[in-house]
Design a protein around this ligand. Structure first.
Ligand code: HEC
Length: 209
């Protein structure tokens, strides 16, 4: 009898290791992976920010986002139901990247925590392609692309990013200095780690590396 049970357990362990659900990435972090999606894709003028509050939602901070989230239950979360599937109702106009939708689902499944500083700061990586471009894609391109170039800047390309360096606009806006529009718009400053990476790249002559 005992032998049979052990055999059965071994069988389950070998043949059904992932049968409970999708494979989840344990590294998903609210501040680094989730907040930027909402800020960059949902909080532009007229949408879900603290002044426009479209549909009653301010998606520029954790508390506002949680009004549409049921922790551990993506399918009971209003926000997830709006963005999922082939024909999502949100965001209006521009669909989220499927990867973004997956990240949000994983984050909800894992309890929708307000997690931050999940990865340690890599101070040696400040190349354009490896660091600056992903940062722009994550935090900025939703409002700075070819069809919607906030302030006239399309930050989806190298030339667009370098255009924003002149007059200290890029760093001035990231540092929230007086005389510049604070960026990313509608939310807090980026982490020191992220801002320092952009500064190092700019001060190093902003190579297209
Ligand atoms: C929610 C939309 C939104 C997001 C996200 C956003 N921007 Fe902007 N950005 C704008 C708008 C709109 C303007 C035009 C000025 C204004 O309305 O504040 C602007 C202006 C700027 C300017 C010109 C600033 C100046 O003082 O002239 C820079 C540089 C800039 N953004 C960089 C960034 C960077 C870098 C990020 C990401 C870290 C970012 N933005 C994220 C909407 C956004």
């Amino acid at each position: 009898m005992k032998f049979k049970i052990i055999f059965l357990l071994a069988f389950i362990a070998i043949f059904f290791p992932t049968c409970t659900s999708d494979v989840y990435n344990p590294d998903v972090c609210f501040q680094e992976n989730i907040l930027p999606i909402f800020v960059s894709k949902c909080s532009m003028n007229g949408c879900h920010n603290s002044s426009d509050h479209e549909g009653g939602f301010d998606l520029t901070n954790y508390d506002g986002i949680m009004e549409g989230i049921s922790p551990n239950h993506p399918l009971q979360s209003e926000i997830y139901n709006e963005i999922k599937g082939n024909d999502p109702s949100m965001p209006v106009g521009q669909k989220l990247d499927p990867m973004d939708v997956t990240y949000i689902k994983i984050w909800i499944k894992m309890g929708a925590k307000n997690s931050s500083n999940c990865s340690s700061c890599d101070t040696t990586n400040y190349a354009y392609s490896g660091r600056v471009k992903p940062l722009m894609t994550n935090w900025c391109v939703g409002c700075h692309n070819s069809s919607n170039a906030g302030g006239g800047f399309n930050l989806s390309s190298y030339s667009g990013v370098t255009a924003s360096i002149s007059g200290n606009k890029l760093i001035g806006s990231l540092d929230h200095l007086a005389g510049f529009s604070a960026m990313p718009k509608n939310t807090n400053k980026l982490s020191d780690c992220d801002i320092n990476a952009v500064k190092k790249w700019v001060n190093g002559g902003f190579p297209n590396n």
